[in-house]
Design a protein around this ligand. Structure first.
Ligand SMILES: [Zn+2]
Length: 146
């Protein structure tokens, strides 16, 4: 069984057994042993879910260019701005959300050919990216945003 399947099986098992466990746990009287068992079960499953989420985040971040800029989703490829998504910490499925809130997609993956540079950068993201890095904008970017 692959690790994801095993994790989802544990989650489904929790969802199925929790109603019965709750009825038994809440008594009265409250059952300390049952509360402890359930707490340990939740902690263990929670830690494994968080750990797996971290691995998935790393996989998603590895698909992005190291500079953290990717084009926005949109119908016209020639007019797409690029936005700063950093390491892609905020995403929903295949969509990465930029610091300005724009939905973006890594059309060029890690962008080994530098295609991202063909697009104009979002001004809000330029300011935010430099704020996060605590360095002043490059002359190219500061000229655009003023
Ligand atoms: Zn933006």
């Amino acid at each position: 069984m692959d690790p994801d399947h095993a994790l989802l099986t544990r989650l489904r098992d929790l969802a199925e057994t929790l109603p019965g466990d709750l009825a038994w746990l809440t008594g009265p009287p409250l059952r300390a042993d049952g509360l402890r068992d359930l707490g340990e079960r939740l902690c263990c499953l929670g830690a494994d879910l968080i750990s797996r989420a971290g691995v998935l985040d790393e996989i998603a971040a590895a698909r992005l260019p190291s500079h953290g800029w990717i084009p926005e989703c949109g119908p016209d490829p020639g007019r797409r701005l690029t936005h700063y998504v950093g390491r892609g910490e905020v995403r929903l499925g295949l969509i990465y959300f930029a610091s300005c809130g724009a939905g973006c997609f890594p059309f060029y993956a890690t962008d080994p050919a530098g295609k991202t540079d063909r697009h104009e950068r979002c001004e809000k993201c330029v300011k935010e990216a430099y704020r996060l890095m605590s360095v002043p904008p490059a002359p190219r970017d500061s000229a655009r945003s003023s």
